[in-house]
Design a protein around this ligand. Structure first.
Ligand code: G6P
Length: 604
C-alpha cells in the first residue's frame, strides 16, 4: 500500500510523476503529493487529480518524487501527505511501509530541537536522514536506515543533488525502470510500462542510487550488488479501461481470456494431465505430501478454500487453509511431507509474505500461485504457478480470483493424476478447463439480466450469501465483493450453518443470495433456501442451466452453464462479481476505489 514514483531525466518531471501516481492509485488514495527539484512541492488530500490540478504549469524541473498514500500513522490530511522534508526543507522523502521504532527516534530528534509538522513515521525518517546529512544523501540514508526498525520502500532526493535519486527497500517493493537518458523508480512495474519494459527489481536490504544514465545497487553496508535488467511482458493496453466504465467491469469481462491465458500450454488433453513448468520438478514430492497448507488474504484466502476442496476431493490430499495474518503467528511443525502454498495476486501482501518466510525457516517446501511476475513472493517461494491474468487494477479482485481458481484446478489435476486419479477422470477435468472460457462468455453475454436483478437488491441494506461444499467459499467471496464495492452489510454462511444462529437476522428486508448449482448437495441447498423462504426473506438464487425448479423457491433466478463439477465455482462466482459491480454502480459509488481499501496490502 502507498505508491511511490520517482523520475530523473530530461523531460519536465511533474506530468510523468503524476501519471505514474495515477497508475499506482490502487495502492492507496487517501492523499497524494509531489516534489520536483528546483520547482516545488504540492500535497493534497484525496486523489492524485487534485494534486495535479494544483501543480503550477511553470514547473520545469526534470527530476522529482511523488506519493499516493494509504494512511497508517495519522489521518489522511494534507499535513500528513508525503513527501516529507528534513529541517532545511531541502531533502525530500516518500515512504511506503511502517517505521516501527519511530516514536523512540522522534523523541531523540525532539531532544536535539528538531520540530515536526505531521503525525507520520515518515517525517521522523526524513528528519533523521536530514540530521545525518553531511553532503552525501546516500551516506545519510545508509546511516539512518541502520537505526530504523520496520518496513519501508523509500525514495529520497535532495535539492543540492537533484539528479541523484536514492532509494531503499526493506519489505515494501521498489522497481527501477531504465529509459534512455532517463530512469524511473516505482512501487511496481505497471506505471513504468508506458516508458520502458526494462526493469530492475530491488530486493530487501538493498539501496540504489539512480541518475539519468545509470543505477548502482548495494546492500546497507555499502557492498555492491550486480543485477541485470529484466523485461516485463505486460502490454500497456491492459492498464487502460478500453471503453469500459470501470476497471472492475473490464476485468470481470476479461474472465474468458484470463482463463485462456492461465491454461495456455498447460493442458495435456489426451493424457488427462496438466503440465505446469514452474512446479514440474517438485511434482513427485507434491504427490507424496501428507498435508498442504494454503495461505492467503482476502479473496486469495477464499480461493484457497475452494482449492482445499478440489485437492481433497480429487487429489486425496489433506489441505488446511489459513489466513496469512494468522498463519504467520502459528506454531509451524517442520515435516518433509508438508508444503505451503501461498496464493496472492500482487505477490507483495505482507502477511502472506511473512507466512512464506516462516514456512521456509521451518524447512517446508513453499509454492506460490502468483499473478505479478517478479514480485517478492514469486521470487521467494521455491516454485510456483504464474496466473498470467495480466494486471488487475480495480481494488476488488475479480479476474485474479477466477484465475486463482483456474490455477488451483490445474494444480489439482497435476497432483491428482500423480496420486491415482484415473485417465478418464483426468481427461474430463482437462476437457472441462478447455471449455471453461466459452461457459464464462455465456454468463457475460447475459450481464444485463444481473444488472436488472442488482437494481432490485441495491435498495436493501443487508444481504446474506449461502452455499455448500465448493460453493461455500464462493458465498463468502460473493459477500466480500458486495461489502467492498457497495458498503452494504453482507455476510456469508455455509448453507447448513445458517439455522445455528444467523437465520435470526432474516426477515422480508434481509435478502439471501443462494448458490444452488445441481451438484451433490443440491437437495440440501434447496432445503436451506426453503428455510430462508419460510422467514419471508427475498431470495436470489444462482443455479445451473435447465433447472426449472429453482424459480419455485426463489424470487430471482440466474442460471449459469453446467460445467465439470470441479470447475463449477469458477462459473458461479462470475454472476456474483457482476452483482456486486452493478449494485455498487446503482448506489453511485466509485467501485474501482472503495473507501478505506488498498489493493496491495504491504503493511502487517
Ligand atoms: C487486498 C485486496 C483484496 C485481495 C487481498 C489479497 O485486501 O483489496 O482484493 O484479495 O488484498 O491480495 P493479494 O495480492 O495477496 O492477492
Amino acid at each position: 500500500m502507498c505508491g511511490i514514483f520517482g523520475y530523473v531525466g530530461q523531460r519536465p518531471a511533474a506530468p510523468i510523476i503524476l501519471d505514474g501516481l495515477r497508475a499506482l492509485e490502487y495502492r492507496g488514495y487517501d492523499s497524494a503529493g509531489v516534489y520536483v527539484a528546483g520547482s516545488g512541492v504540492v500535497k493534497a488530500t484525496g486523489p492524485v487529480d487534485i494534486v495535479a490540478s494544483l501543480v503550477p504549469k511553470t514547473w520545469t524541473g526534470t527530476s522529482g518524487i511523488g506519493h499516493t498514500r494509504w494512511a497508517t500513522h495519522g489521518p489522511p490530511t494534507e499535513r500528513n501527505a508525503h513527501p516529507h522534508s528534513d529541517m532545511s526543507d531541502s531533502l525530500w522523502i516518500v515512504h511506503n511501509g511502517i517505521i516501527e521504532n519511530y516514536q523512540a527516534l522522534k523523541e531523540g530528534l525532539l531532544m536535539q530541537g528538531v520540530q515536526f509538522s505531521s503525525d507520520t513515521d515518515t517525517e521522523v525518517l526524513a528528519k533523521l536522514i536530514g540530521s545525518l546529512y553531511r553532503g552525501d544523501v546516500r551516506e545519510a540514508v545508509l546511516a539512518a536506515l541502520s537505526l530504523v526498525e520496520g518496513a519501508y520502500g523509500i525514495a529520497v532526493m535532495s535539492e543540492h543533488d537533484p539528479y541523484r535519486l536514492v532509494v531503499a527497500r526493506q519489505g515494501s517493493p521498489l522497481v527501477i525502470g531504465l529509459g534512455t537518458g532517463e530512469n524511473f523508480v516505482a512501487s511496481d512495474a505497471a506505471p513504468l510500462l508506458i516508458h520502458t519494459k526494462d526493469v530492475v527489481y530491488l530486493t530487501d536490504g538493498e539501496v540504489a542510487v539512480i541518475d539519468r544514465q545509470s543505477y548502482s545497487i548495494t546492500n546497507r553496508a555499502g557492498k555492491a550488488h550486480t543485477r541485470l535488467p529484466e523485461r516485463i511482458e505486460w502490454s500497456v493496453e491492459t492498464l487502460q479501461k478500453n471503453g469500459y466504465a470501470h476497471f472492475m467491469e473490464k476485468e470481470i469481462f476479461e474472465a474468458p481470456s484470463v482463463v485462456e491465458n492461465t491454461i495456455r500450454g498447460r493442458l495435456l488433453l489426451e493424457r488427462g494431465r496438466a503440465k505446469l513448468g514452474g512446479i514440474e520438478a517438485h511434482l513427485p514430492h507434491l504427490a507424496s505430501l501428507e498435508r498442504l497448507l494454503i495461505v492467503g488474504c482476502g479473496s486469495a484466502y477464499y480461493a484457497g478454500q475452494v482449492g482445499r476442496i478440489m485437492l481433497e476431493e480429487y487429489g486425496g490430499l489433506p489441505v488446511e487453509v489459513e489466513l496469512g495474518s494468522e498463519f504467520r503467528y502459528k506454531r509451524i511443525f517442520a515435516h518433509d511431507k508438508t508444503a505451503v502454498l501461498a496464493i496472492t495476486q500482487s505477490g507483495e501482501t505482507a502477511d502472506t509474505l511473512t507466512s512464506v518466510r516462516r514456512a521456509k525457516e521451518a524447512g517446508l517446501l513453499t509454492l506460490g500461485i502468483v499473478n505479478v511476475v517478479g514480485s517478492t513472493i514469486a521470487r521467494e517461494t521455491d516454485a510456483g504457478i504464474y496466473n498470467h491474468a495480466g494486471p488487475e487494477v480495480a481494488v476488488a479482485s475479480t479476474k485474479a480470483f477466477i484465475s486463482q481458481l483456474t490455477a488451483l484446478a490445474l494444480l489439482t489435476l497435476a497432483v491428482a493424476r500423480e496420486r491415482g486419479l484415473s485417465l478418464q477422470d483426468g481427461q474430463a477435468i482437462a476437457q472441462g478447463l478447455q471449455e471453461l472460457p466459452a461457459a464464462l462468455q455465456t454468463v457475460l453475454d447475459r450481464a444485463a439480466e444481473i444488472k436488472a436483478i442488482a437494481a432490485t437488491y441495491a435498495t436493501y441494506r443487508d444481504a446474506m450469501f449461502i452455499g455448500r461444499k465448493l460453493h461455500a467459499p464462493i458465498a463468502y467471496e460473493g459477500a466480500l465483493k458486495l461489502k467492498e464495492v457497495t458498503y452494504l452489510h453482507a455476510e456469508a454462511y455455509a448453507g447448513g450453518e445458517l439455522k445455528h444462529g444467523s437465520i435470526a437476522l432474516l426477515d422480508p428486508s434481509f435478502p439471501v443470495v443462494a448458490l444452488a448449482p445441481r451438484d451433490a448437495v443440491y437437495e440440501k441447498m434447496i432445503s436451506n433456501i426453503e428455510e430462508v423462504r419460510a422467514r419471508q426473506a427475498p431470495v436470489f438464487a444462482i443455479g445451473t442451466a435447465g433447472d426449472h425448479d429453482l424459480s419455485r423457491v426463489a424470487n430471482d433466478v440466474f442460471l449459469v452453464p453446467s460445467v465439470h463439477p470441479l470447475l463449477q465455482p469458477i462459473v458461479t462466482v462470475l454472476p456474483l462479481q457482476l452483482f456486486a459491480y452493478y449494485v455498487g454502480v446503482a448506489r453511485g459509488l466509485n467501485v474501482d476505489r472503495p473507501r478505506n481499501l488498498a489493493k496491495s496490502v504491504t503493511v502487517e
